[in-house]
Design a protein around this ligand. Structure first.
Ligand code: 4AZ
Length: 260
C-alpha cells in the first residue's frame, strides 16, 4: 500500500516519491506534459465532466454527470467528506474560473464494500440538490463486459497534476491510453490488483496517465463511462499503468442510486 498514491493523500504521494527515489531509475520521471501526456480540452467538449470541490470551490477530485442530479465519482474521494463539505462544479473548464454551475450535494452514497485498505470497490454516487444544465453521459451496464478488450483506446480526463508530484492543471486535460490485460496488470501490482473490481490502462513505456487530482473522473470507452480513476503506483511510470474502477461490476449498484 505504501507506494500507492491516491487523491488528497499528500503523505502517500511523498512516501511514494521517496520509495521511487530509492527503488526506481531516474528515468521514471515523466516528461512535463499534460493529465500526464495529454492535451487541453474544455467542458464544452466534455460537458459531463465535473469538478468535485470543497465548499470554497477548490477542486480535489473529478466526477461524471450520469443524470441531471447524479454524479459518479470514486469512493476514496469521499473519505472524510459530508454533504456540507462538498460541491460539484459543472461547465467550468478552468480551475480559476468562476463560470459554470455550482451544485450542493444532498446525498453521498459510498459503496459499502469500499475500504481504503485495498482501494477496491472504489465507487460513489452523489445526488445534487439542483440539476446540472449539461448533457449527462451514458454508463456501462453490467452485461457490457466486452468493452474491456485489451488494447481498446480509453479516454481519460481531469484537472490533476501533469506529472508525478507536479502541480494541477488549470485547464481540463484529456488523453487516450490503451487498456492493459488483467494478467499484465497483475504482474505490475500483484494481489493489490483485483480484476473483478478494477481495470488497468496505460502504455508499456508509461508517459501517459492520470495523476493526483484526476481521481474520481471518467474513463470512457466508445464514449461511454466504463471506469473511474482510482489509483496507481506514481504516475505514467513504465510498467505501472493507471488503475480504474471496473464499472460493469458496479452498474447495478450505481443504477439503484441513479434511479432513486
Ligand atoms: C491520485 O492521486 C491518482 N496514475 C490518480 C491516478 C493515479 C495515481 C494517483 C494513476 O488521484
Amino acid at each position: 500500500m505504501s507506494g500507492f498514491t491516491r487523491a488528497r493523500s499528500a503523505a502517500l504521494v511523498l512516501a511514494s516519491a521517496a520509495a521511487a527515489a530509492v527503488l526506481a531509475a531516474p528515468s521514471a520521471v515523466a516528461a512535463p506534459e499534460p493529465i500526464v501526456g495529454g492535451t487541453t480540452t474544455t467542458t464544452s467538449a466534455y460537458p459531463f465532466v465535473m469538478q468535485i470541490t470543497d465548499a470554497s470551490q477548490n477542486q480535489f477530485c473529478g466526477g461524471t454527470l450520469v443524470a441531471p442530479t447524479k454524479v459518479v465519482t470514486a469512493a476514496h474521494c469521499m473519505v472524510g467528506e459530508t454533504t456540507r463539505s462538498v460541491r460539484v462544479v459543472g461547465g467550468r473548464t478552468n480551475l480559476n474560473g468562476t463560470n459554470g454551475t455550482v451544485a450542493k450535494v444532498s446525498r453521498i452514497w459510498v459503496n459499502p464494500d469500499y475500504t481504503d485498505a485495498t482501494n477496491g470497490d472504489d465507487v460513489a454516487v452523489l445526488t445534487l440538490s439542483t440539476s446540472m444544465p449539461y448533457a449527462p453521459v451514458k454508463y456501462v451496464s453490467a452485461s457490457d463486459t466486452g468493452v474491456y478488450a485489451t488494447g481498446a483506446s480509453a479516454r481519460i480526463l481531469g484537472w490533476g497534476t501533469t506529472r508525478e508530484n507536479g502541480s494541477s492543471s488549470n485547464q481540463l486535460r484529456t488523453a487516450t491510453v490503451p487498456l492493459v490485460s488483467d494478467s499484465s496488470c497483475r504482474t505490475s501490482y500483484g494481489s493489490d490488483f483485483v480484476a473483478s473490481d478494477m481495470v488497468c490502462a496505460g502504455l508499456p513505456s508509461g508517459g501517459v496517465d492520470t495523476c493526483q487530482g484526476d481521481s474520481g473522473g471518467p474513463l470512457l470507452l466508445g464514449g461511454v463511462l466504463a471506469g473511474i480513476t482510482s489509483w496507481g503506483e506514481g504516475c505514467a511510470r513504465a510498467g505501472y499503468p493507471g488503475v480504474y474502477t471496473r464499472l460493469t461490476t458496479f452498474s447495478g449498484l450505481v443504477s439503484a442510486q441513479v434511479n432513486s
